[in-house]
Design a binder for this molecule. Structure first.
Ligand code: DUC
Ligand code: ZN
Ligand code: ZN
Ligand code: ZN
Length: 488
């Protein structure tokens, strides 16, 4: 069997540079990157990349495969979702484990089981949806034994996933002590509840009520609150699915002040806006329902600009698909429409077209925001996110002169709709390589369920550098007599 691969003549892209070079792979690892590598053995698979880019496979930091949610389960599981990912040039994703019966360990085991049918690299974040001693203890098990270095807290979904500020603080403190990254879904869940009641009282029960019930100000408020609480605890913070100017500006302000805050826009927020979206045809509109919602025109362009200037650092998808039958659960009440849109297959193409083709970012920036930065934040760089000697051979061959076209009829997700249906653009992923093997080529999946690999992520990423020092400085400042109240 061939475990040797030679990619000839392409322009190799990394976040830090670009060069015309060949890439030679053995047993899943990149062993040489330089011009004019000679094909030595007979059993080397040869790929011609002349005139094309050779870059690290995409890493999607935010997906939900096989997730039980809002009374149903996402239609894409770890095989169909990953097949779609591979078709779109993504070689790794990080999914959110939901605890089972309040247990993180049980949730982890359940997700490992779901992921047995994987055919690419995957890692996990863990959602924290309640707080007690056992959750706190299990967080340590996750970090020290299970390869999870990030925990997501929901400030929305009142009555199910949402947790209070008190518990958020406990969670942030625990993350900090474990060297794990705290993540937040930032919307004010109490206010969303109020907003939903308002819509129902007004008789607005259609999909547009979803967006109207949770406006940008609620995302801005929760983002600001999470940022300030993270500052109080002095721990890094990762804000998932930044969908509004309101949230983005809070992140911008915090980063300017030196706070360690990461902002993740998702493809839907970057390329969609809600003009013409709330079509009178229920399904046509319901497919766009996600949380936070797709915003009015203006937020999309502002998020693109923030991504191009580094205010936001990496792009996810929140891929969370439900088919028309599932979306129809909310036909009489938008509150029952399962939240979520597709994107795992479309992310690389749409980001290239929207950000690179439009001239907003360079080709090396593209690598950074779709792969390298994610690997750095989740502490698996340079194993992932780079074409370097010693890195895992997760590689795509991208033809900038070809073109893509998105259609629900031809996409590889199991869902029957696509929020990007009909979109066309420049650039096309032609070959996707995972662990040194061609996983997707000529519109054909070449890997079988079960060939995927769980990627463990170690704690204490670069964002934790200097935190001890800042804490020590704070503590010593409290010792200064001038700060103390004196009775004398
Ligand atoms: N938002 C969604 O749209 N789906 C999954 C969970 C979430 O926060
Ligand atoms: Zn969320
Ligand atoms: Zn999500
Ligand atoms: Zn196909």
């Amino acid at each position: 069997s061939s475990s040797k691969l030679l990619i000839k003549g392409g322009t190799v892209l990394n976040a830090h540079n670009q060069e015309v070079a060949d890439v030679y792979v053995e047993d899943g690892i990149i062993v040489a990157v330089r011009p004019n590598i000679k094909q030595v053995d007979e059993d080397v698979t040869l790929l011609d990349a002349t005139g094309k880019y050779v870059m690290p496979g995409g890493i999607d930091p935010h997906t939900h495969l096989a997730m039980e949610f809002m009374g149903t389960e996402t239609i894409d599981d770890f095989f169909s979702g990953q097949a779609a990912a591979l078709a779109g040039g993504t070689t790794m994703h990080i999914d959110f484990v939901i605890p089972v019966g309040g247990s993180l360990v049980a949730g982890f085991e359940a997700y490992k089981k779901k992921a047995k049918k994987s055919c690419m690299n995957y890692g996990f974040h863990m959602a924290i949806t309640k707080w007690d001693e056992s959750v706190s203890r299990e967080m340590e098990i996750m970090v020290k034994e299970k390869g999870i270095n990030s925990f997501k807290f929901f400030m929305a979904y009142k009555g199910s996933l949402m947790i209070s500020d008190e518990l958020l603080l406990q969670g942030f403190k625990r993350c900090k002590s474990l060297g794990a990254l705290a993540m937040v879904h930032a919307e004010n869940g109490d206010a969303v509840f109020e907003g939903q009641n308002r819509m129902i009282d007004l008789g607005i029960t259609g999909p547009e009520g979803h967006a109207l019930s949770r406006p940008p100000v609620l995302e801005g408020e929760a983002t600001a609150r999470a940022i300030r609480l993270a500052k109080f605890v002095n721990t890094p913070l990762y804000v998932v699915h930044v969908m509004s100017i309101d949230a983005m500006e809070e992140i911008s302000k915090a980063r300017k002040s030196g706070q360690k805050v990461v902002g993740e826009p998702v493809v839907s927020g970057l390329v969609l806006n809600d003009s013409g979206l709330w079509n009178p045809d229920f399904i046509t509109a319901a497919k766009y329902v996600m949380s936070p919602p797709i915003r009015e025109a203006g937020h999309d362009k502002a998020l693109q600009a923030a991504l191009s200037t580094g205010v936001l650092q990496l792009v996810g998808t929140d891929h969370c698909t439900f088919n028309s039958t599932q979306k129809a659960f909310g036909i009489d009440d938008f509150r029952k429409i399962p939240n979520g849109v597709n994107g795992i297959e479309e992310r690389m193409h749409l980001v290239w077209d929207t950000m690179v083709e439009s001239g907003q970012i360079s080709v090396t920036d593209f690598v950074r925001i779709t792969s390298t930065e994610c690997a750095r934040i989740f502490n698996i760089y340079p194993r992932k996110g780079a074409i370097l000697v010693g890195s895992d051979a997760d590689i795509i061959i991208f033809n900038p002169n070809s073109s893509f076209e998105i259609s629900a009829r031809t996409h590889h997700s199991r869902t029957d709709t696509n929020v990007y249906d009909g979109r066309k653009g420049k650039g096309k992923v032609e070959v996707t390589i995972v662990g040194g093997r061609v996983a997707w080529q000529d519109d054909e999946l070449k890997v079988a369920p079960g060939s995927g690999k769980y990627i463990e992520m170690p704690p204490f990423n670069y964002l934790f550098d200097g935190i001890d020092k800042a804490d020590a400085k704070y503590l010593s400042s409290l010792q200064a007599p001038v700060k103390r109240f004196s009775a004398s």
